[in-house]
Design a protein around this ligand. Sequence first.
Ligand SMILES: Nc1ncnc2c1ncn2[C@@H]1O[C@H](COP(=O)(O)OP(=O)(O)O)[C@@H](O)[C@H]1O
Ligand SMILES: [Mg+2]
Length: 323
Amino acid sequence: MEIALIKSYSNKPWRSPETYELIEDSLREKWRVRSIHTKNPQALYGFINQLKHEGGKQVFVFNIAEYLDEEKKTGFLPSLLEEWKVNHLGSSVKAIDIGLNKARTKEILDRCQIPTPRYFIATREDPENRIRAEKISYPLIVKPIEEGGHIGVREDSIVYDYAHLKDIINRVLAEHHQPALVEEYITGKGMREFSVGIIEGKIRLFTPVEIDFESMDGNHEILSFESAKKDLERIKPLQDKKILDQIIDLSSKTFKAIGANDYSRVDLRMNHTGCYVIEINIMPGLGPHSFLPEAAKGIHAIEYNQLIQKLTENSLQRQINGK
Ligand SMILES: Nc1ncnc2c1ncn2[C@@H]1O[C@H](COP(=O)(O)OP(=O)(O)O)[C@@H](O)[C@H]1O
Ligand SMILES: [Mg+2]
């Protein structure tokens, strides 16, 4: 078995050279690993093909990145790998396309009757937005439709009136060059937030954690770009069996509805009105301090290197079984 590790760096900590080094070391404990760092799809194609032909060995691509060129957002890796018909970690392009778009995800959640906050999409400044907002009622939260890692989610993304809503929609359109998702803001009595990692295998493992807003420095009520950048985000275990069952059930249904493979993480938020799926992170961070690896260790005593190996083995098993 040959493992091809694609190193596609970005300024996110889970895509840093240090993270890729840890992944490489973890894989090397079990397999022969060759890594590549390139922004050129042709060069990647040549590299994978060479591995395939060297002794006719089986090749598995360990990839955790959306794009080869993160700055230009070009070289969409899931579709390159799928086109080249090479075994690789993670979901299909079809599922990733849904998961990377918060509105498409919510459309499917609605269709499958999985509770998600009410929403509308704002593609331009439009007086209709006022009516749509009032239908849902304030407060609302405004996010770019296709970002992750809290990009474009700031403390002032929560809006309480139309003037502010208009400003933030305009900011998203101008700064992120994509539509804004305007969503019912889940807050108030009993507000809690959870994140549930899923590791697919013979037995599906869940890594449910609660966001520990109280131990985060400052007065945070959401996970924002600021809190991520300052590395303030904290999680805590949760014991309440009823809530655990509920969030595991919703996450499991979400994973299935989106058609994800291998691993994912579902973000949920609850208040006195119920528990809602906010999004699926179809390619969740796998840095040593990302939620999923931290929780895998805390809850299941799975060390970082074991997690990387488990994901690889489970993914290979799935693909050998032809799924
Ligand atoms: N509808 C909502 N109600 C309450 N809080 C929300 C809502 N949507 C997002 N948030 C807050 O913003 C954070 C980031 O939003 P999310 O949709 O998960 O985007 P990202 O892809 O950046 O993680 C969430 O973790 C949560 O704290
Ligand atoms: Mg999130």
